[in-house]
Design a protein around this ligand. Structure first.
Ligand SMILES: Nc1ncnc2c1ncn2[C@@H]1O[C@H](COP(=O)(O)OP(=O)(O)O)[C@@H](O)[C@H]1O
Ligand SMILES: [Mg+2]
Length: 263
């Protein structure tokens, strides 16, 4: 006999409460409260200087918040070091792509995988059988991710030779090497042409279908409108509004935040 299905009460995958951070008296975050549910792409928008990147920095352990808490999948991760946060399955990308321009796409991916926590003894194991097996498994993972992101044809090209869009994909690929459950993406389509922006969007949808949740900072509103629900709007270091893209775009407070204060 099957029981009637109770409505699923979804516990947020990420829960941020009262997060605050100042830089020399500049309040980048003034007590941010927000939740991110699993299984979707949540958008994070707001004018320049709203605190979006600082929020990512505080969540991902790059910067220590002055106050507030971060819960990831029920665990308090506030103040954890970045490598520990990554190991927990919360992985971020950077607005400016990182990595090594002269190294190949494959090596960039493998190196990021090898740099993951738990691999601290890696150099000591060079040339050992364990290292060879580890290398083979990293290579397989990297090839699989490259295939998934359609980077196979440029696998052996130096990262510097990639197009802007491919560089963005490589940045996402590096994050995937860490086996994320939640990806924090900082402007993954900025500066990319519309066709590639749509293609990156399709990749993000495919990641969600594979069980990876996404929190997406992006200024490219077509991408936000096409991919994200809900959309969270930040302004002046706070959570300002949240809803569907249509709802927040029509909100006078949101429009005012984007126009700047008129005094
Ligand atoms: N490392 C830092 N040092 C000093 N000020 C910073 C630093 N990082 C961010 N800020 C300031 O915090 C505010 C929020 O910046 P940021 O988080 O980059 O906003 P966004 O990503 O929404 O554009 C800005 O006023 C910015 O100048
Ligand atoms: Mg930013």
């Amino acid at each position: 006999m099957s029981l009637p299905q109770a409505p699923l009460l979804q516990v947020p995958l990420l829960q941020v409460r009262g997060l605050a951070r100042s830089y020399y008296g500049v309040h980048a975050l003034r007590g941010v409260d927000l939740s991110v549910l699993a299984g979707r792409i949540t958008g994070l928008i707001g004018p320049n200087g709203a605190g979006k990147t600082t929020l990512f920095n505080c969540i991902s352990g790059l910067v220590r918040p002055d106050a507030g808490s971060v819960m990831f999948d029920g665990t308090a991760i506030t103040g954890w070091r970045a490598d520990r946060v990554t190991r927990a399955g919360l992985v971020r990308t950077f607005q400016i792509a990182r990595g090594f321009p002269r190294m190949s796409v494959l090596d960039n991916l493998m190196l990021y995988g090898a740099a993951q926590p738990g691999e601290r003894v890696w150099p000591a194991l060079l040339r050992s059988g364990t290292a060879r097996r580890r290398e083979a498994s990293l290579r397989q993972q990297a090839e699989h991710i490259a295939e998934r992101l359609r980077l196979t044809r440029v696998l052996h090209a130096p990262a510097a030779a990639l197009s802007g869009g491919q560089k963005k994909l490589l940045e996402i690929g590096r994050a995937l090497m860490a086996h994320p459950r939640l990806l924090l993406l900082d402007e993954p389509v900025a500066g990319v042409n519309p066709t590639l922006a749509r293609e990156i969007g399709e990749h993000l949808r495919a990641l969600v279908a594979d069980g990876i949740s996404v929190l997406l900072i992006e200024h490219h509103m077509d991408t936000i409108a096409a991919l994200c629900d809900p959309v969270i709007v930040m302004a002046e270091g706070r959570h300002l509004r949240e809803g569907s893209f249509a709802e927040v775009a029509a909100d006078p407070l949101v429009q005012e935040a984007y126009m700047g204060r008129r005094r």
